[in-house]
Design a protein around this ligand. Structure first.
Ligand code: FAD
Length: 381
């Protein structure tokens, strides 16, 4: 392991690996990435894998559509051979009240301003796309045929491979124990395998961000929350698009191999770092899923697990330098959508670290909360 670097990235999830690749692509030398376990061992390897462009704020739509473009051309952009298993079979967002449908209409207007091909559907039209969908109580739906899902392990490993090819050093099973600063300036990081001297540290540790930035004396307005998820046995294909409802609180997709992956946001659960699975989730998930898709009755669950969402006050990512500590940067607060935004976020963070003009016209800096420039994202589970 190097003992001196230009930039140290902490965290080997999809975000850290995308940042590493994009820094190296810009010509930054001596970039070192540190991951305490294996690549994708955090939220990335535990996520629902959904990639959608149907957002309610212009900047999320922009970052999601730019990221989708990279997913679509992953091998060409990164100059590697790796199938990320992108399946663009659509996202069907379900509305259960007039208010929710109105919000979808507003969202679609924003999406169309960025050429995202989303449409509004009646319940009958939604049923044409998913014939087994229970449309009782459904008021309408929004649909984008270009949304879908991809394999988060392959995407992360692809970024890591491309970064290494450009000279990035990736150290797995290397845990950062401390960020060393003097006079509010980064001097380096202490790991379980030794000290690395550096002037710039990018924190990309998802749910563990608060603990890591505390090492440099920083407190961020974020918290972490357990999200549970499960996978079923493989059955015949009945669902092409990802199904999602914000008010009924569910997402559900059928993998190409026939397994269903599904989850919902915790109801009344306090912030925590808990990643245990619960019986309650299994029971509630089963009720929710079989009501929405009745043929799922009696399907067998193969495995359940949990991961951490890192939540920001406006449910938008924080991709920012930290003004109080020279040389400290953070990419966190993805609020459940960091996988689908990671390609664009890597580009953005590389711009910030190198001091270049931002590729995307977005406001994701930490100071937005002090300036009161908060644009709340309405479309999250
Ligand atoms: P992580 O993947 O958590 O990576 C952080 C890494 O930092 C970890 O590997 C960890 O081991 C490492 N680390 C921590 N501390 C240290 C240390 N001290 N030293 C070194 N390394 C350290 N997003 C979507 O876009 N679509 C979805 O459908 C979706 N579904 C989700 C479903 C669930 C159940 C969950 C939990 C999340 C979901 N997300 C989804 C969110 C998405 O998974 C995250 O936003 C994204 O993976 C964050 O990536 P990351 O690289 O920032 O964090």
């Amino acid at each position: 392991m190097k003992n001196k670097a230009n930039v140290v990235i902490i965290g080997g999830g999809v975000v850290g690996c995308s940042i590493a690749y994009n820094l190296a692509k810009k010509g930054v030398k001596d970039v070192v990435l540190l991951e305490k376990s294996y690549l994708s061992s955090g939220a990335t390897g535990r996520c629902g894998a959904g990639v959608r462009q149907q957002w309610g704020t212009k900047q999320n739509c922009l970052l999601a559509s730019e990221s989708m473009h990279i997913f679509e051309h992953f091998e060409d952009v990164l100059q590697i051979k790796r199938d990320i298993e992108l399946k663009q079979k659509g996202y069907l967002l379900l509305a259960y009240s007039d208010k929710e449908l109105e919000q979808f209409k507003k969202n679609i207007e924003v999406q169309h301003s960025l050429n995202i091909p989303s449409i509004l559907l009646t319940p009958k039209e939604a049923k044409e796309i998913v014939p087994d969908l229970n449309i009782e109580k459904l008021v309408g739906a929004a649909y984008c045929a270009k949304d879908g899902h991809a394999n988060p392990f392959q995407v992360t490993l692809g970024y890591a491979e491309a970064a290494q090819r450009l000279g990035v050093e990736i150290n797995k099973f290397t845990e950062v124990k401390d960020i060393i600063t003097k006079n509010d300036t980064v001097l380096g990081v202490q790991t379980n395998k030794g000290f690395i001297e550096c002037k710039k540290v990018v924190v990309a540790v998802g749910g563990w961000t608060q603990n890591i930035v505390k090492m440099a004396g920083i407190d961020l307005p974020i918290y972490s929350e357990r999200h549970e998820i499960l996978v079923t046995e493989s059955v015949k294909n009945i669902l092409d698009p990802m199904l999602m409802s914000f008010s009924y609180n569910i997402y559900c997709q059928q993998e190409p191999n026939g397994s269903f992956i599904m989850g919902y946001g915790p109801e009344n659960e306090p912030p925590s770092y808990n990643m245990e699975s619960s019986w309650e989730f299994l029971e509630t998930m089963s009720k929710k899923a079989t009501w929405l898709l009745p043929p799922l009755k009696n399907i067998r669950v193969i495995r359940q697990w949990a991961g951490l969402y890192n939540i920001s006050p406006d449910r938008q990512p924080i991709v920012s330098q930290i003004n109080q500590v020279e040389g400290l940067y953070v990419a966190c607060g993805f609020s459940g959508h960091g996988f689908m935004l990671a390609p664009a976020v890597g580009i953005l963070m590389a711009d910030i670290v190198t001091g270049d003009q931002l590729t995307y016209n977005v406001i994701l800096d930490l100071e937005r909360f002090n300036r009161g420039e908060i644009i709340e994202e309405p479309s999250v589970v």
